[in-house]
Each structure stands twice: as C-alpha cells, then as structure tokens.
Ligand binder design. Structure first.
Ligand code: NCD
Ligand code: ZN
Length: 406
C-alpha cells in the first residue's frame, strides 16, 4: 500500500512524500515506485484521536451506537475515539466494561478506548477492572455519575495508578445549585480538582475547559492537562441563544470575550476533543444538553488554519500526538516509521457547507448547520486501508480494536 505525493509536516516543514505502508503500519516516507492512493494536492495528517466522545451504548442507542459513532468519526478523519462512562448503566464495574468491550469489538469501525466511571463506592471494582482511564464528575450532567464530595474525589485520585490519566468534569454542584452553570461554577471546580491532584501528586485532565481562567487555575498544578472542545472556540452565548434548545451544552457556551480568550490561550491547551454528545432533536426539545462534534472537528480547525488563526503544528500536536501521549495510546498520533497507518488526507482549499443530514451520526443535527468551511476531509486511511472517502462514504467497516494501555 502506497500513498502517493502527499504533503506532510516533517520536522516542522511541509514536504512532498510518498508514504509506504506495510502490515497496517507506516514503513517509510520517501519516493517509491508503484500504484497507490493519489494524494496530489492533499495534505496528510495523522489520524485524529478524539479523547472525549459519548457513543451512548448501552442504553441510548437511539442517539448513537458504536457503529454509527465510529463511522461519524472516520468521516471527520478521526481514527481513535475514547468513550465516556455516563451510559445507562454507567461503566462503573468490570462486568459493564466487559459488556462495552463486547459490543464495540463487533461494531466499531475505528479504534476505541473506554473511560471508567468513578462511583461513590467502586474503588475495589476500579482495581479489578484496571481501566486505562477514569472519569470523575464533580457536577451533575447527562446520566447518573456524580461524586457528591471532595473526600470521594480525593480517594479516587489516590486509588488510581499515577501513570494513568484521570479526567475531571469540573463544574461545582453547589455553585450550579446556587447560580447555575456560570464560569465561576467551572472555575471553582477546576481549582478544587487541581488542589486535590496536587495533594495526591497525580496527573489529572480538566475536560472541556470553557474559559481561559479555568486553564490558568488548572495550571497552578504542574501535572494538570487541559482539554477544550471546538464549540468553546467557534461558538458563543449569542449563538446559543440563536440555537434555542439546540444551544444547550454543559458547560454552556460563554461570552464573546471568553471565546476570544480561549484562542489567546491556545498554547496552554493540551488537547482538543469534541465532547461528541449526540441527542435526537426531540430529546433536545425536552432539555437534553450536548452537541454532536464528530465529523466537523478537524474541518473547523482547518478552516481556522486557512484564516491564520492556528498553525498546522498545533492541530497535529493537540489532536494527534498529545492525546496519544496523555492517554497512553501506543504507536499512534504521528506519521513516522513504525506508527500505525492511520492517516487523514485533507484538501486545505476546498470549501463545503456543513449539512447534518449528510452526516454519519444518528442524531441528524449540528450546531454548525449551514456554516461554510474551508478545508475538507477527503480520505481516511485506517490501519493501512482506505476506510472513508468523500463522496463514497464509509468503505470498510468493523475493523476497530481497543487501544490505551491497561
Ligand atoms: C454530555 C452528554 O450528553 O453525555 N453532555 C454535555 O452537555 N456535554 C455529558 C457531559 O460531557 O457533561
Ligand atoms: Zn462529555
């Protein structure tokens, strides 16, 4: 297998190369003879790793399942997804983790991993299940996972191996109860989480940071890592108003000032995930919180690149290399010899209009509906095979495997 004449970033410089693939892995980059996928005029990036997605299985497959969610991923150049534990039932026991593994192994079209839920009393289960990552909820959100006090959070921080990541949904429930999901609710929770992580001397990831102050507060502890999502970069509270019930997401969209501040703080953000949280339109009308994001995250960033808002090196580090490193996903996140041949070919000049009804996700709406983006996903190569092509859709399926060191 050969990808011919792709442009890629090598040691910070754009270069034209063929990519030779053998046994699902990148063998070398150079100039080779032979037939292959023609990537003339296309830019090659490592397959995107999305560390925060809700694939809704088991319990809410009307919204999404492992098949539709991973197909939506591929269509956006995402070749690895890490699924969240707030399903029903939540992923808080070894048996439930095994149940998810069985479902995903049959249905996933790209690679996947699982975050394990921190429950009020599942410390022994965590030891038994040995998950690759844990999720702690400091505020209530979709599903029942929630830790009501700091003692429990700290116990989980101490109980879970230091070399593995703990991801925190940082919105403080007491402040939510008092004044709603304000910036303060997020900032207080982040400050608490950072102090507890420092006391436990452990690595900790702040999920979906929505204001620059959260980033600052998180970074008061040197082992904090910060995630944000495209919607905190591209949408603000005015957009939320315009979207009506479709504009509801946790944490909420913030002011234009905060949104701009997130761009100014780009250098301190460690990784970008979608928080793909699909709900059906009728469920949104009933008050469900969350945005779908798979399928548009990379094009949104490519559009920003075309407007000189972000560099290609940032996109590759925050969407590929860093999530691989942070979540202990070996052999992924780079285009380099020996790495898994997950490669996305994009057209940096092509303009297209976001249309949810052409997308793979089951939820059939998008907060970006109608937006024109410059930069499109043309092909996704997964484990060395052409898995998605614009115009043809998903080409091969049910090939995903579990990643993330256990
Ligand atoms: C998420 C969901 O629906 O699962 N919703 C959201 O608004 N982000 C839950 C979450 O990540 O908090
Ligand atoms: Zn989420």
């Amino acid at each position: 297998m050969l990808i011919r004449n792709a442009t890629l970033l090598l040691e910070g410089k754009a270069a034209r190369k063929d990519i030779l693939i053998q046994g699902g892995k990148i063998k070398s980059m150079g100039h080779f003879r032979g037939k292959g996928i023609d990537a003339t005029g296309l830019f090659a990036l490592p397959g995107i790793i999305d560390a925060h997605v809700h694939l809704r299985e088991p319990g809410a497959t009307q919204k999404e399942d492992f098949r539709t969610g991973t197909r939506a991923a591929l269509s956006g150049g995402v070749t690895t997804v890490l699924d969240m534990p707030n399903t029903s039932p939540p992923t808080t026991t070894l048996a439930r983790l095994r149940e998810k593994r069985a479902l995903a192994s049959k249905k996933a079209a790209c690679d996947y991993g699982f975050h394990f839920g921190a429950g009020e009393d599942n410390f022994e289960e965590v030891k038994k299940a040995k998950p690759g990552s844990m999720k702690v909820y400091m505020g209530k959100t979709t599903g029942d996972l929630f830790l009501p006090d700091e003692k429990l959070i700290f116990r989980h921080f101490m109980n879970f191996p230091r070399e593995k990541p703990v991801v925190v949904h940082a919105e403080d429930q007491a402040i939510i109860d008092a004044e709603g999901r304000t910036p303060l609710a997020a900032q207080v929770a982040v400050a608490k989480a950072a102090m507890l992580a420092r006391r436990a001397s452990r690595r900790m990831c702040i999920a979906h940071a929505s204001t620059p102050r959260e980033i600052e507060l998180a970074k008061k502890w040197e082992k904090s890592l910060v995630e944000t999502c495209p919607h905190y970069l591209f949408l603000n509270e005015k957009d939320a108003e315009g979207l009506g019930c479709f504009g509801k997401v946790y944490p909420p969209l913030r002011s234009e000032r905060e949104r701009r501040g997130m761009w100014a703080a780009l250098g301190s953000i460690d990784y970008l995930s979608t928080d793909h949280a699909p709900h059906l339109p009728e469920e949104k009308e009933g008050g469900a919180a969350g945005f779908p994001g798979l399928g548009v995250s990379l094009p949104l960033m490519l559009d920003a690149y075309s407007r000189n808002l972000v560099g290609m090196d940032w996109i590759i580090s925050r969407m590929c290399e860093n999530p691989a490193r942070i979540f202990n996903i070996r052999g992924k996140g780079r285009i380099a010899p020996g790495f898994q041949a997950d490669i996305v070919l994009v057209d940096l000049r092509r303009e297209w209009k976001v249309r949810a009804d052409g997308m793979e996700s089951r939820c059939r709406w998008s907060p970006y509906e109608g937006r024109v983006l410059r930069g499109s996903v043309e092909k996704a190569i997964f484990r060395g095979e052409l898995a998605y092509e614009r115009g043809s859709g998903i080409i091969c399926e049910t090939k995903g495997k579990e990643v993330m060191a256990r």
